[in-house]
Design a binder for this molecule. Structure first.
Ligand code: 13P
Ligand code: SF4
Length: 315
């Protein structure tokens, strides 16, 4: 295994060629990992991209549910996950068996699940959504139709508020990163930087969302920072996104919002940071670990993801 960073980057480039592989990476991975990616995006863009990649092998530099989504959409491709232990506290807050029992309590409800779920939960879902399209997905369902929304209570409550729908039952799950931002520290940053705009992910708690100038998915936040005339932004989402912000808008400055309990002032997703150049190189070399899903579960999960991509439930 190559030892220094440049050797690893060269080795990965060579392995991508010899293995006919592409690397898809989420914005929350480290800047080193982002630099070796062929496609960088938010969860929606990466799901859409996975369907159309012209390669035999997809290496997913992100967390487990994202690699599973790629495998569901591309059953004939080999989908590699460099660190299978990279889970997601939000996906883990919704166990498929518990969710099945929950669903049984609400017959006749349409199930909308965030893509941050296991394939088992997606198989129990009518239509998936991401933070980019949650509002459109919920609005595509007739207003009188009751909904189960899972698993993020903050995104669910945010969408409920935007749509005014009181017929939504929300699963009580959350992301450890977005729940942890400190409202007090954000207000203090606003005092120190009065010209700065606050941009927040909808997985944050309601009081944090209430002080944000803009709320959106990682891709929507990136676009907003480009379009808005402000030169300074307080960024209330995982700080991996700052690398892309600085690349796109070098003349603007971005201040990561700190969590409640922090000495370092940053709020990393520990799972996303488990993906490294070392485990990417090893994974491409060995062509494992690979994502494997049983066909029945894959087929049922595929329907809910395809419904999301098509923007409506195909009955
Ligand atoms: P996006 O849908 O914005 O990519 O968010 C993914 C995620 O994991 C948020 O915590
Ligand atoms: Fe999951 Fe939160 Fe990490 Fe996103 S930031 S992958 S929701 S734990």
């Amino acid at each position: 295994m190559a030892e220094n960073r440049n050797d690893l980057v060269r080795q990965i480039a060579e392995l991508k060629r010899s293995r006919k592989a592409v690397i898809l990476a989420h914005y929350y991975t480290t800047p080193d990992v982002q630099a070796v990616a062929d496609f960088l995006g938010d969860s929606l863009a990466l799901s859409v991209q996975a369907q159309s990649v012209d390669a035999e092998v997809i290496l997913f530099a992100g967390v487990h549910f994202m690699a599973e989504t790629a495998k569901v959409l591309c059953p004939d491709k080999r989908v590699l996950i460099p660190c299978p232990e990279a889970g997601c506290s939000l996906a883990e807050s919704c166990d498929a068996r518990d969710f099945e029992a929950f669903k049984a309590k609400y017959p006749g409800h349409t199930v909308v699940s965030y893509v941050n779920t296991t394939v088992g939960v997606k198989a129990l879902t009518d239509i998936c959504c991401t933070s980019s399209n949650a509002l459109q997905v919920v609005e595509s369902i007739p207003r009188e139709q009751p909904i189960i929304f899972a698993p993020d209570r903050n995104l669910g409550s945010y969408i409920q508020k935007l749509t005014g729908r009181d017929n939504m039952v929300i699963w009580d799950g959350a992301c450890h990163v977005h729940e942890e931002f400190s409202l007090e520290k954000i207000l203090e940053l606003k005092r120190l930087h009065p010209q700065a705009r606050v941009v927040a992910h909808p997985e944050c708690k309601a009081p944090v969302i209430a002080v944000a100038d803009f709320v959106g998915s990682t891709a929507a936040i990136l676009n907003f920072c480009g379009q808005d005339p402000a030169l300074e932004f307080i960024v209330v989402t995982e700080p991996g996104i700052l690398a892309e912000m600085k690349r796109r808008y070098p003349h603007k400055s971005f201040i990561p919002a700190p969590p409640i309990d922090s000495t370092c002032g940053c709020n990393d997703c520990r799972y996303m940071k488990m993906v490294t150049l070392e485990n990417i190189a090893r994974c491409l070399e060995r062509l494992e670990p690979e994502v494997v899903i049983d066909e029945e579960t894959r087929r049922r999960a595929e329907r809910s993801i395809r419904n999301m991509i098509n923007g409506r439930i195909d009955r």
